[in-house]
Design a protein around this ligand. Structure first.
Ligand SMILES: CC(C)(COP(=O)(O)OP(=O)(O)OC[C@H]1O[C@@H](n2cnc3c(N)ncnc32)[C@H](O)[C@@H]1OP(=O)(O)O)[C@@H](O)C(=O)NCCC(=O)NCCS
Length: 201
């Protein structure tokens, strides 16, 4: 199902809301293509699903299922922020947009964004916003968004321990290799001098 620009392929994929059965259709695996997503037990999935369902249209997760494979191949979510300003206005926050790597280029990302944006409009939001990396800026521009301001962040969890450990290991390995070569070189030179001194060279 590699990306082709066939419009029939584009039309056959419909956006719908997440269903509880989607856990067995690769929904969690799909999220792993976006960021770290540990395995989720059936119970935890159900609990979170019903917790979000209780919020109704204030928080929805949309998906696209590939009917032929029975796999979830695209997803994105939106939640409503209720404010006092702007006449107790609402802002839609789009999150967790990802399309399966084998289905990119089929306009599924655009479809998901259009679905979520329309949801925000129908919910009476005065704007809809999202964060993205620079490399995805052009994609969101194609979806009608424009860049504004910058993003600030403070994590409450350690997000980089693995990277730090990997860097430490590499640095140690390089130092060890350097010292090893240095010792060998000194040893060879020393041996050379020793042979010279003994008039054996
Ligand atoms: C970014 C992503 C969601 C795009 O999904 P997609 O289904 O492949 O994109 P679409 O086919 O809907 O593309 C829509 C348009 O955006 C363009 N586009 C898509 N990704 C792009 C990118 N990274 N840079 C520039 N343009 C891009 C397409 O060429 C297309 O242009 P067109 O309408 O002129 O033909 C997908 O690549 C993805 O899941 N990436 C990994 C996860 C990720 O980074 N998610 C975003 C988190 S903020």
């Amino acid at each position: 199902m590699r990306a082709s620009n066939s419009s029939s392929e584009e039309q056959k994929f419909q956006v719908r809301k997440l269903q509880i059965s989607d856990k067995n259709k690769g929904f969690i695996q799909l999220l792993r293509q976006l960021t770290v997503c540990d395995s989720v037990s059936d119970k935890d999935f159900k609990d979170r699903f019903w917790e979000l369902s209780a919020l109704g249209d204030d928080h929805i997760i949309s998906v696209v299922e590939d009917e032929s494979s029975g796999k979830i191949i695209a997803t994105g979510s939106i939640f409503m922020e209720k404010k006092f300003l702007r006449n107790c206005g609402k802002v839609g926050h789009i999150e967790d947009i990802v399309v399966d790597s084998n289905a990119r280029g089929l306009k599924l990302g655009k479809k998901i964004i259009a679905f979520l944006t329309e949801h925000a409009r129908l919910m009476g939001c005065y704007k809809v916003i999202l964060d993205c990396s620079l490399e995805n800026k052009a994609f969101y521009e194609k979806c009608g968004f424009k860049q504004k301001d910058i993003q600030m962040i403070k994590y409450f969890i350690a997000v980089l321990p693995c990277i730090c450990v990997a860097v430490d290991v590499c640095v140690c390995a390089c130092i060890f290799l350097f010292l090893f070569k240095l010792i060998r070189l000194v040893g060879i030179v020393g041996l050379g001098h020793g042979l010279d001194g003994a008039g054996l060279k």
